[in-house]
Write a protein that binds this ligand. Structure first.
Ligand code: SD4
Length: 295
């Protein structure tokens, strides 16, 4: 049994997920409930309730979930649902579709007995108002976008993954990033392993990041080699890559794990044998080359 998730808030989320797999629960339940922990925490300002709004002051959430067998569900541009990952799971399990967006997703939530919520916290509103004064687009940088992506292997050897975010702070209204896009923010293939991505969504979407990582593992790469190769792919194809952050996290069916990012600062939580560790990811850009950016 292994649980991996992105960033430092992955640690408490992993602990929730670990309780589930350690008690013979499924990887699918583990990833859903693990990332729900981050969605519910208003201190996590880049996921779920408490997430930063777009430039119009509106919080819009994106999430997806995928199981061992390639079943998946996704929601995007959701304005009033506190746990988009659970809604994504309902889309997977209770509709013939994979992705619902906006009002349609919220109406489906209502039909499922999921209540609408108001997502903009006082703290997020205050930060947005402060940002509005300067509208400093420099602020849309690698420090204010942190998605939780989680992948898990349960006691039966089954994989699942989930990914949920409020996306880039101060994004254009209507913008959707990589996180709810199957193959970009998340990909699971139970015969190979699983991968999640975090960071600048546009950079990740251009190269179908998580799908690429899984395909590289299918062709023999270790999770670490695959994540590194995905970061290198961004660097070799996107001239502005040094301005952006993107991180990949992967696990294969042998229980090997790996994480790698474009630049310094990406961390991931690793849980195995009941031990939970926060790991500083290796990165492509040498520290001395990091540009100073405003936050
Ligand atoms: C997005 N990838 O919307 C998300 C944000 C993020 O770490 O991951 N942040 O672009």
């Amino acid at each position: 049994m292994i649980v991996l998730s992105t960033w430092n808030f992955g640690l408490p989320a992993n602990k929730v997920a670990w309780q589930i797999v350690a008690n013979n629960g499924t990887a699918l339940d583990a990833v859903e409930h693990g990332v729900r922990h981050a969605e519910a925490d208003p201190e996590v300002r880049s996921v779920g309730y408490g997430g930063m709004p777009d430039k119009d002051g509106i919080v819009t959430l994106d999430a997806c979930i995928m199981d061992h067998y390639g079943n998946c569900g996704s929601v995007a541009y959701v304005k009033d649902i506190k746990h988009p990952v659970t809604l994504a799971r309902r889309v997977m399990e209770r509709t013939d579709h994979i992705m619902l967006v906006g009002e349609g997703a919220s109406k489906f939530a209502e039909s499922q007995g999921i209540m609408r919520d108001y997502l903009l916290t006082d703290d997020a509103r205050t930060r947005w108002k402060k940002w509005k004064k300067t509208q400093d687009f420099q602020q849309v940088n690698w420090e204010n976008h942190d998605t939780i992506g989680m992948i898990a292997m349960d006691g039966a050897g089954l994989f699942a993954g989930a990914c949920t975010t409020s996306g880039l702070a101060w994004k254009m209204h209507g913008r959707v990033g990589d996180s709810p896009i199957i193959g970009s923010g998340l990909f699971v293939d139970g015969s190979v392993g699983a991968a999640v991505a975090t960071g600048h969504g546009e950079s990740i979407m251009k190269m179908c990041g998580s799908f690429l990582v899984v395909e590289l593992m299918r062709n023999g790469a270790t999770p670490m080699e695959a994540c590194k190769a995905a970061a290198r792919r961004i660097a070799s194809t996107q001239p502005d890559w040094k301005k952006n952050q993107a991180g990949f996290l992967a696990m294969d069916i042998h229980g090997n794990v790996g994480g790698f990012s474009l630049r310094n600062g990406f961390q991931y939580a690793h849980s195995e044998n009941g031990v939970h560790t926060l790991i500083d990811s290796e990165h492509l850009l040498p520290k001395e080359e990091h540009e100073v950016q405003s936050t």
